[in-house]
Design a protein around this ligand. Structure first.
Ligand code: SF4
Ligand code: SF4
Length: 402
């Protein structure tokens, strides 16, 4: 039976909460024993300069530090903290690391190295999943036998939720992320790619520790989302069960999230809360009603076949600083930066080519994008076309059949 520990952070003591969560699961040596190298995989994303935004977006370095201390108490393996951030450009992860506050860990602990998983390049591997057949996974990941997955509790504009399973997308190097977004195309397609990747890397994932201290709701997982104070640390050996508990705490049923539903159907983890042993705090005492992204609401509709009609698209609001992240990160290359009438930079999206993957919303450090519904426009177009046909028919009847 899968076990998930839920621990409340008392008096801002994050380290104590991480220790307690892992103790509840049986202690760190149950998961990491003789490994020479351990990779801590946080959720870094595009790490903005703004401290408030940083807190809600990336895994808190104090969670990583608690894990480092725990690992060093028992033995002294080489510990690497690494990610390929959401920024689809060369050097983007390095820049995100600089802003993240993680580099202090390297200065403080001798056997800790913080680095971009892009640094040593990728290895092309066969995934042989249902949808994802191959990928370029970071060499550091392929050479590591033990990974502690350290995600953050957040909503996600495309996949509804990002937690332990989705966090592993950061083991794919930059350029291939955009290809996989295109390959996935839809919510279900992309979610299946994530599950395929999780299935491929599952053996290496020894433990999952989720930073649910400051979580994120709304247009996640980037700067456009809003911080939610949860004050929790969650941990589990089963990434899928951990995510199932996390989304239940956020107020939705695990089976509504395609990554979790597909992972469960493939036998990769448990999502039935009744079949998961909860250790520590009880779900009912911390359950909230998170606001999920407007774009993700279609996933809750019963008729998924027609969901495309209701699809929302990214829409520029304001505040562009011409950082080019969305231009480089867009898998379909449909964004260009123009100069508007006020002489300011502004992204222009060719919506004909947009696959509504929301990468632009995710990685924009300035929260410049919102959503646009094209449903009304489509309905008006269809009705207009119908009216024209009916009018033409009536004219024909009046003129020729009199
Ligand atoms: S414009 Fe945005 S939502 Fe559309 S394909 Fe590009 S990154 Fe994805
Ligand atoms: S819209 Fe955002 S991500 Fe795109 S160029 Fe402007 S600031 Fe950068």
């Amino acid at each position: 039976m899968s076990k998930v520990a839920i621990v409340k952070i008392e008096n801002k003591q994050i380290e104590l909460a991480v220790r307690k969560a892992i103790d509840l699961l049986g202690g760190i040596t149950k998961f990491i024993s003789n490994e020479e190298r351990v990779l801590l995989k946080p959720n870094l994303l595009s790490a903005p300069e703004n401290k408030e935004a940083l807190e809600k977006i990336r895994t808190d370095p104090r969670v990583l530090e608690a894990l480092i201390k725990l690992l060093m108490e028992k033995r002294s393996p080489k510990i690497m903290v690494g990610d390929c951030s959401g920024v689809g450009e060369k050097g983007g992860t390095k820049e995100a690391i600089r802003k993240s506050g993680y580099l202090v860990l390297e200065e403080k602990y001798q056997n800790v190295e913080v680095r971009s998983l892009e640094a040593r390049g990728p290895v092309h591997v066969d995934i042989n999943g249902k949808k994802l057949k191959s990928a370029t996974v970071a060499k550091d990941v392929m050479e590591t036998k033990a990974i502690i997955n350290v995600p953050k509790m957040k909503t996600h504009s495309l996949t509804i939720f990002t937690g332990a399973v989705k966090n592993l997308f950061g083991t794919i190097t930059g350029g291939d992320k955009t290809r996989i977004h295109s390959l996935g195309g839809t919510l279900n397609g992309f979610s299946q790619c994530l599950v395929d990747l999780y299935s491929f890397e599952k053996e290496k994932i020894k433990l999952n520790v989720m930073d649910a201290n400051v979580a994120l709701e709304g247009s996640g997982p980037g700067a456009a989302g809003k911080a939610v104070k949860m004050g929790l640390i969650l941990a589990s050996e089963d990434a899928v069960a951990l995510d199932a508990v996390a989304v239940t705490l956020m107020g939705i049923a695990p089976e509504k999230v395609p990554t979790l539903r597909f992972a469960h159907e493939q036998g990769l983890g448990e999502i039935d809360i009744e079949k998961i042993t909860i250790l520590g705090e009880q779900i009912i005492d911390h359950k909230r009603k998170f606001k999920f992204p407007k774009s993700a609401r279609i996933a809750f509709l019963p008729f998924q076949r027609f969901s495309k009609i209701l699809q929302r698209y990214p829409k520029y609001k304001s505040g562009c600083i011409n950082c080019q992240s969305c231009v480089k990160g867009c898998p379909e290359q449909v964004i260009t930066i123009i100069t508007n009438k006020k002489g300011e930079p502004q992204p222009r999206i060719n919506l004909k080519g947009c696959i509504a993957c929301y990468t632009c919303i995710e990685i924009c450090p300035e929260a410049c994008y919102g959503y646009e519904s094209r449903t009304l426009r489509r309905v008006i177009l269809v009705f207009s076309a119908l009216l024209v046909v009916v009018a033409a028919l009536i004219t024909f009847l009046v003129l020729f059949l009199r």
